[in-house]
Design a binder for this molecule. Sequence first.
Ligand code: ATP
Ligand code: MG
Length: 138
Amino acid sequence: MSERTFSIIKPDAVKKGDAGAILAEIVKAGFKIVSIKKISISKSQAEGFYHVHSARPFFGELTEFMSSGAIVPMVLEKDNAIADLRKLMGATDPAKAEAGTIRKMFAASIGENAIHGSDAEDTAAFEIGYFFAGLELK
Ligand code: ATP
Ligand code: MG
């Protein structure tokens, strides 16, 4: 069944000029880009986005990083989009990511790992609504 998920090309990848190559991998894997933009967010906006991690020791580092430069948030659609994007991204730690995954190819460390992808239906719905208005989601 066709499903939507949410993704962000993170500041490390945008800074390195890898956004286009990462988008090419996403499209090659069969995802339709429903909506996409290039923006930057404040630390408090990053804290709102990653609120589920607020008690984790890396929360400060994570939100500092996510607000450190331009990001490319997007809404993607395909059958089984949520699980398939997680597979395409690879493990959180690029050192543990499988060959051919985006994090293996483009990420440098567990903190700066090139891409975000929603991990479940409820988080995808929250994350899409956090970054995109209804008018941007035809
Ligand atoms: P994301 O939510 O960004 O798609 P993920 O679902 O693979 O990544 P999470 O456990 O949700 O991983 O962690 C969110 C983000 O927090 C990670 O992508 C990474 O940038 C950062 N992070 C996770 N664990 C660590 C850690 N041990 N040290 C530093 N940063 C971390
Ligand atoms: Mg996550």
